[in-house]
Design a protein around this ligand. Structure first.
Ligand code: F6P
Length: 528
């Protein structure tokens, strides 16, 4: 297509949301009208499925759950008055709590007000809050947020070291929908010890965000924590940013959560329209389906040309890949579905891997996120009549063109500014697009069976570690790895036992490995 024809295609397929000032450009995805027509029945079903979902259908059949994240920003949509009331009250409680913390009405025992907040959580209990903090937190927030989103001891140490003189004015959010995920539990226990080490009563600094009566809720209740906020079983972790999971950390930082909810609601109203060309989420689902032949054959490279949106791709990794990456479809067929997501930010990534995108293996489509406002306030000239923002915009447009010229497709999402409303709208846009696309490919977007496998395997390793340590403690002389495996009753698990013992040996846990480390079978092991 020549430039004139492309300009016409751009205009034919352009979606513009006047209220949000959001544009969606799918013109550089080379689908044709025949594909759009062929997908019409699938889209009709996707729109019907989505309407039922919003009415409270069991849209997550594998876990027999409703899917209600859209109700969080439009409580009247909830299927019962009780749920509507709960959603409304939760938002009010969060606003009131954050206001009291910021004014000092709620303050720590030894300080006039809280200055920092440690947010402990993983997956959807971290990625949404991290994305929103990076995108929307003020330069000098009322409380500065620090995330512990793993069970890495060194990672926990880093946060606690940075805060070693501020723990007495630091709130701790422990976020876990299930209330039992090992990583946040481990971090909570370590942080609790750090508070105890400074003679600080952890309960007076701690807030639980979890499911009612979860293990975490029981701990928070029995220990009398400062506050408890709840989330519902019909909100998935990867769609929980508009629940207390995202709203509590955001509100504590001074983010306008009402505007974020409003932006999401405005986008929901737009993505509810059962007409592909006039529904931005349907246009995204169409573009994804075309690009990967409905089988995820191409990766989604997410390139926001705005530093503050750096974590959007990490957020989308969970939202897209945990929703769509499924072995079976809703009829039980083995399908191995999904769309891989990666990316950081432009133009930075142009100096990292865009070389491969431009000339290498054509196994992707790009999603460029354009923000029209360069900065708040005027920019100095870099060259006569040219600013740094002109360069950034030029790099985005240039990359889009350079990719397209070499038959690499791209989508461009354009927002006027990064603010609470547009961030809420972006989140809602992709939540809906994932839901519609999941219908097109007939998978359940709302469960995550594959993650359980990893959790179970980790539990087996920890059980094996206990048995191996028992064996060594009973033995007086050093043993070979094979002898340890035999005595632990797991003769075939020699390699796993070797890895466990090497880890213990590397961390001064009393395990002594002797022999040639390059020849593991030659090693003998004992415990002090
Ligand atoms: O909030 P929880 O229950 O600790 O779960 C954390 C994350 O683990 C998962 O359950 C599996 O990755 C995610 O869906 C979820 O966001």
């Amino acid at each position: 297509m020549d430039a004139r024809a492309l300009w016409q295609r751009y205009q034919d397929w352009l979606y513009f949301h006047e209220g949000l000032g959001l544009y969606l450009d799918v013109s550089r995805m080379r689908f044709d009208d025949a594909l759009v027509e062929s997908l019409r029945p699938k889209f009709d079903k996707a729109f019907a499925d989505m309407a039922e979902l919003e009415k409270g259908a069991i849209a997550n059949p594998d876990e027999n759950r409703m899917v209600g994240h859209y109700w969080l920003r439009n409580p009247d949509l909830a299927p019962t008055p009780e749920l509507t009331q709960e959603i409304v009250q939760t938002i009010e409680q969060i606003e009131s709590f954050a206001e009291k913390v910021q004014t000092g009405a709620i303050h720590p025992p030894r300080a006039s007000r809280f200055t920092d907040v440690i947010s402990i959580g993983i997956g959807g209990s971290a990625l949404g809050p991290q994305f929103v903090a990076e995108a929307l937190s003020p330069d000098f927030p009322p409380l500065k947020i620090h995330f512990i989103d793993n069970t890495d001891p060194a990672g926990i140490d880093r946060i606690l070291t940075h805060l070693r003189n501020s723990l007495s004015s630091t709130l701790v959010l422990v976020i876990s929908k299930s209330g039992g995920t090992p990583e946040p539990r481990n971090a909570m226990i370590e942080v609790k010890k750090a508070y105890a080490g400074q003679n600080l009563d952890f309960a007076k600094y701690a807030i639980a965000i979890t499911g009612v009566d979860s293990n975490l809720d029981k701990v928070a209740k029995s220990e009398g924590w400062l506050a408890r906020f709840f989330m519902y079983d019909w909100v998935g972790g990867r769609t929980s940013e508009m629940s207390s999971v995202g709203l509590v950390p955001a509100a504590l930082q001074g983010v306008d959560i009402r505007a974020m909810l409003e932006g999401a609601k405005e986008m929901d109203d737009a993505t509810r329209i059962p007409d592909v060309k006039n529904n931005p989420a349907a246009l995204l689902a169409l573009a994804w389906y075309y690009s990967g032949n409905g089988r995820g054959e191409k990766d989604m490279v997410v390139l926001p040309y705005k530093d503050s949106l750096l974590l959007f791709s990490r957020y989308l990794q969970q939202l897209v890949m945990e929703s769509l990456g499924k072995e079976k479809d809703l009829d039980g067929n083995i399908v191995y579905q999904g769309i891989a997501v990666y990316g950081n930010k432009g133009s930075t990534d142009q100096h990292a891997y865009v070389q491969q995108l431009r000339e290498g293996v054509p196994n992707f489509f790009a999603t460029l996120i354009e923000v029209l406002e360069d900065r708040q306030g005027p920019s100095p000239e870099i060259d006569p009549g040219v600013t740094a923002g002109d360069y950034l915009s030029g790099f985005l447009l240039g990359t889009r063109q350079a990719l397209y010229e070499n038959h690499r497709d791209s989508i461009t999402v354009t927002i006027p500014q990064v603010n609470s409303r547009t961030v809420g709208a972006l989140i809602a846009l992709y939540e809906r697009a994932v839901g519609l696309y999941a219908s097109l490919i007939n998978v359940n977007a709302y469960h995550q069976p594959g993650v359980e496998a990893g959790k179970k395997a980790a539990a087996v390793i920890l059980d094996l570690q206990k048995r191996v340590v028992d064996v060594l403690q009973k033995e007086k002389s050093a043993l070979s790895l094979a002898e340890v495996a035999e005595k632990a009753g797991s003769p075939d698990e020699v390699e796993a036992i070797y890895k466990i013992l090497r880890h213990l040996h590397s961390n001064q846990r009393g395990v002594v490995l002797k022999g040639d480390l390059a020849q593991p079978s030659s090693l003998t092991v004992s415990i002090n």
